[in-house]
Design a protein around this ligand. Structure first.
Ligand SMILES: [Zn+2]
Length: 163
């Protein structure tokens, strides 16, 4: 299999195949040192860009180093990732033609408060690289935060009314 890195419509650089790929084939391993989530948080505290891939229950991550870290996110991807005995593989979700950019759904779940906006251009684009579950969780958290703010305002209002 021959993969190349070149500029991408989706984001910066992307990973392309120069040969057709059959559905379900393993394409490339997501390689890099396996480090603890805490070590990664420490290492990338001030870095807006990371290539971390969560393993298992999320206590360990792969600190991406290799060709797979160039694969961009898409909400309508042609690849998926799967963990097999501690290794993460990128696999074809469908037949992929020579020259196509490889993409998978990042399904981000743990990040700072940035929005991780998606520009994949797919018809079903959810405008974010966070997973649907994470987006729901964030929406609930935002609702709770604004409800709390409203309560605080009410309390402040009462205080003023009493004086
Ligand atoms: Zn998208």
């Amino acid at each position: 299999m021959t993969l190349i890195i070149r500029s991408s419509q989706i984001h910066a650089a992307g990973c392309y195949t120069t040969e057709p790929i059959r559905k379900r084939s393993r394409i490339v391993e997501y390689t890099g040192p396996h480090i603890s989530k805490e070590a990664a948080d420490e290492k990338y505290r001030d870095s807006p860009t990371t290539y971390l891939f969560g393993l298992g229950n999320g206590s360990k991550v792969i600190d991406g180093h290799g060709i797979a870290m160039f694969i961009n996110h898409s909400c309508d991807p042609n690849c998926e990732t799967g963990e097999v005995r501690g290794k993460v593989w990128v696999k074809a979700l469908r037949d992929i033609a020579a020259g196509e950019e490889l993409t998978y759904d990042y399904n981000l779940y743990d990040g700072d408060d940035d929005e991780a906006l998606c520009n994949c251009g797919a018809e079903n684009c959810r405008k974010s690289m966070y997973s649907s579950e994470e987006l729901k969780r964030r929406a609930r958290a935002a609702k709770r935060a604004s409800a709390k703010k409203a309560l605080n305002r009410k309390a402040a209002g009462k205080k003023r009314a009493r004086t």
